[in-house]
Ligand binder design. Structure first.
Ligand code: SF4
Ligand code: SF4
Length: 99
């Protein structure tokens, strides 16, 4: 079911440099040539990545992961700010009563 203000989530691929051993398997499986080995660690050019996740599935060290980013839409942002404003007003009124 469609929501009025769906929260979009954006994904991108990221390398955990602590886990990467620079084996280059991900470089070989990447269909877009987005990965290179720099200083013995995989480096992903996110502009070239098509999110096929082949590198995620094949990395023997599980060093490549999917990064989820929450993207808030404008209506949701306005609602959140409005709610925060109401809470702030409420707190200010309660403080005023204490004076
Ligand atoms: S396959 Fe994994 S361990 Fe090997 S270079 Fe790529 S990210 Fe690093
Ligand atoms: S997700 Fe696909 S296109 Fe993106 S870096 Fe990995 S293998 Fe390459």
């Amino acid at each position: 079911m469609l929501q009025a203000n769906p929260v979009k989530r954006k994904v991108s691929i990221g390398v955990n440099r602590n886990l990467c051993i620079g084996c280059g398997i991900c470089v070989r499986v990447c269909p877009t040539g987005a990965i290179s080995i720099v200083f013995n660690k995989a480096l992903i050019n996110k502009q070239m990545c098509n999110n096929c996740y082949q590198c995620v599935y094949t990395c023997p060290k599980s060093a490549i992961g999917i990064e989820w980013k929450r993207v808030i839409n404008l209506n949701e942002l306005k609602t959140n700010i409005s709610n925060m404003q109401k809470k702030a007003d409420n707190i200010i009124q309660r403080i005023a009563k204490l004076e």
